[in-house]
Design a protein around this ligand. Structure first.
Ligand code: MRU
Length: 369
């Protein structure tokens, strides 16, 4: 999508043909900094430290991490240790495992000398596929928005609420939850986005607001607890969120706080949609609440806040009393029964086992192997 009128992706291969660049998302919205990743260790560190984040982008970065590892050493031992290091970076987004499994199966039958080239090729395909998938999600989600526009009075704006950042920064381009929004906006529909700030890391306030602003999409940042009030007053037409993992029966794991938005949407009769690329489906897991590992992150994400001072300095301040115990769960699970529909690259489907299996039979078969 666009930054300062120029099209940019979240991650790309440099013209040198081997090093990888990514936008450092820890520095947004105050500074636009591009980080150059030259080793698998650097790619792992980028995922761990959330220089890159968002389920699809984590997968793409891991794929490039394997390519960087193979460039240094194409042996079986190097492939194993790169996969082991990368899989340990973040536990919840299944796209990480999906990408590593894909890279491993692409490479393992090749001689070590052929692996680097094949790894770069496959990582590039994973990145391109992500864009194609999100374009499909955009098309199908746009139809939902159009239907709401048709049901409202002509010219009235559609209000979409989203949580965290499932935008182009979280993917390679377009985003998942934002793809229908960008398409609707680009085609001249009046769309407005309520952006949950998404404490503690503020991916909504820092990243979603930044991308929407740069693309010219009208939006309003709201504190996390505001959504229910807006829904009670008819100010939200639909919710679209992203996800880090969807189970075989349609449970949805996403950034902490998503479940509460789904409850509020359910109570107010507001459609709650989840946008997901197929690599986010985990057909090996059924019960999201009991089976998905929920990342717990450092407490200083909760005890402190970082921002820009009036004189332009970036500062971190403490907002919790010294000594108060703190918990920092990164994700929660929204049961399938609260999800109106799943917006996938193959259409909008019900959040249930039969619909998921019918839409992605090859993934079901692969999970059974
Ligand atoms: O902890 P993060 O910032 O990686 O969490 C990101 C989310 O929860 C997104 O909503 C999800 O990955 C979907 S991204 C298209």
């Amino acid at each position: 999508m666009k930054v300062e009128g120029k099209h940019i992706r979240s991650i790309w291969l440099e013209p040198d043909g081997w090093s990888v660049s990514a936008i450092d998302q820890r520095r947004l919205p105050h500074e636009f900094v591009v980080a150059r990743l030259k080793t698998c260790d650097a790619a792992a560190d980028a995922i761990r430290s959330m220089l890159v984040r968002g389920a699809p982008l984590i997968g793409a970065t891991a794929a490039y991490g394997i390519a960087l590892a193979m460039r240094a050493d194409g042996s079986d031992a190097a492939l194993d240790s790169a996969c082991k290091m990368l899989i340990a970076t973040r536990p919840t987004a299944i796209n990480l495992k999906w990408a590593l499994d894909d890279m491993r199966s692409t490479l393992r039958h090749l001689p070590p000398s052929a692996r680097a080239e094949a790894a770069y090729r496959r990582a590039g395909e994973i990145a391109e596929d992500d864009i194609a998938i999100n374009t499909g999600i955009g098309r199908h989600g746009f139809a939902l928005i159009e239907a709401i526009v048709a049901a409202k009075k002509p010219g009235e704006r559609v209000n979409v609420l989203t949580h965290c950042n499932a935008g182009w920064l979280a993917t390679v381009d377009w985003g998942t939850a934002t793809a229908p929004i960008y398409l609707a906006h680009d085609r001249g529909h009046a769309v407005h986005v309520w952006v949950d700030e998404t404490r503690p890391r503020n991916q909504g306030a820092s990243l979603t607001a930044w991308e929407l602003g740069h693309h010219g999409v009208p939006h309003t940042v709201i504190p996390d607890n505001t959504g229910g009030h807006l829904m009670q007053h008819g100010m939200v037409d639909l919710v679209i969120v992203g996800t880090d993992r969807v189970t075989a029966k349609g449970d949805v794991c996403n950034k902490i706080g998503t479940y509460l938005k789904a409850l509020a949407a359910h109570d107010n009769g507001i459609p709650f949609y989840v946008a997901l690329p197929s690599p986010t489906i985990d057909f090996g897991v059924d019960d999201g609440i009991r089976q998905i590992p929920i990342e717990q992150r450092a407490v200083d994400e909760v005890t402190t806040m970082t921002g820009r001072t009036a004189d332009g300095r970036i500062e971190t301040v403490r907002v919790v009393p010294d000594g108060s115990p703190v918990a920092n769960y990164g994700f929660d699970v929204t049961p399938a029964r609260l999800v109106t529909g799943l917006i996938t690259e193959r259409g909008v489907i019900r959040a249930d086992r039969a619909a998921l299996a019918a839409a992605f039979p090859e993934r079901v078969a692969a999970a059974a192997e």
